[in-house]
Each structure stands twice: as C-alpha cells, then as structure tokens.
Design a protein around this ligand. Structure first.
Ligand SMILES: Cc1cc2nc3c(=O)[nH]c(=O)nc-3n(C[C@H](O)[C@H](O)[C@H](O)COP(=O)(O)O)c2cc1C
Length: 146
C-alpha cells in the first residue's frame, strides 16, 4: 500500500523515489528505485544502512528502520524544464510526498520519521546517484518499539 501510494506521486517525473529495504517481509534487502508503474528495480544489494546513517549526521537510529524512502531529483534537468524555480518545486513535492508517507504510515500502524539533516555530497555518494542527481529528503519507516 505504501509503495503504490508513493509511486503515484512521482507520476509527473519531477522527483524520483527509491527505497532502502532492510527488514521488509518478502523483499530482499537492498536499494531499489520505484518505477512509475509501481515496480521496484534493484539498484544494488549491498547493505548501506550504516553508511547512510553516518552521512545523515550520524543518526544511528536510522539503521534500525525496516525501510527508508528516498526522494531525489536530477536538478540540472529540472532547471531546463522549470527554470530557477526547479529547486523550490522539487523540495515542495518532496514535502508533499513526505506528508503522504506520514499519513500512510499512520494508517498502517507504523512509525515514520522524515530526515532532512544530512551531508548532501555524502548521501549522494552512498546511494550511488549520478553527479546530476541529488537526494532531497528521506523518511524512515518501521514498527515502533513499545
Ligand atoms: C523536513 C523534516 C526534516 C526532519 N529531519 C529530521 C532529522 O534529520 N532527524 C530526526 O530525528 N527527525 C527529523 N524530522 C522529524 C521531526 O523531528 C519530528 O519528529 C516530526 O516532524 C514529527 O513531529 P512530532 O514528533 O512533534 O509529531 C524531520 C521532520 C521534517 C518535517
């Protein structure tokens, strides 16, 4: 449910979505991109949770999450289409996605925490993004420890 909801939100192609699956029933751990038709495409299976948490100002708790949703964009390409407002648009859409992800998590009885504190170049490198792609936002999901 969560993934199909998020896949629909990237239909305009402004931002791209991916997930880092760590502890998801029926899904092998790894980094996936979420394609516009809702399919998950494995980008690589290397465990990255600790490296990602380290690039997010050492927020070690993130590595405990079952799933991390990643939002990124190709900013130079967006600027060709939207001009100087591209950067703002990409962040506004990331925020909308994040709010919907929080709602979906609540509906599923899961915890969700948006993460905006990260070292830009480091997270891009950990995720293996191309030089023009930049991570905008990420959200950690999972059962909340009682
Ligand atoms: C844009 C954005 C960035 C955030 N970045 C972080 C973060 O880097 N680390 C963190 O622990 N929480 C982060 N949060 C989560 C907030 O600290 C807070 O838990 C969340 O907004 C829910 O607020 P509440 O707990 O008062 O309901 C972020 C939230 C938002 C909306």
């Amino acid at each position: 449910m969560l993934l199909s909801l998020l896949a629909g939100l990237q239909a305009d192609g402004v931002v791209r979505l991916g997930i880092m699956a760590e502890r998801v029933h029926g899904l092998a751990p790894g980094l996936y991109s979420l394609e516009s038709d809702g399919r998950l495409k494995l980008l690589h299976a290397k465990p990255l949770a600790n490296e990602l948490a380290s690039a997010c100002l050492g927020q070690a708790w993130m590595a405990q999450a079952a799933l991390i949703v990643l939002v990124w964009a190709n900013l130079p390409a967006l600027e060709l289409d939207y001009g100087p407002r591209a950067y703002r648009l990409a962040h506004l859409l990331s925020g909308q996605l994040g709010q919907r992800a929080y709602l979906a998590a609540s509906a599923l009885g899961l915890g969700c925490c948006g993460i905006g504190a990260f070292f830009d170049a480091e997270v891009d490198q950990v995720l293996g993004l191309t030089p023009d792609e930049h991570l905008l936002y990420l959200l950690a999901f999972g059962p909340v420890r009682k």
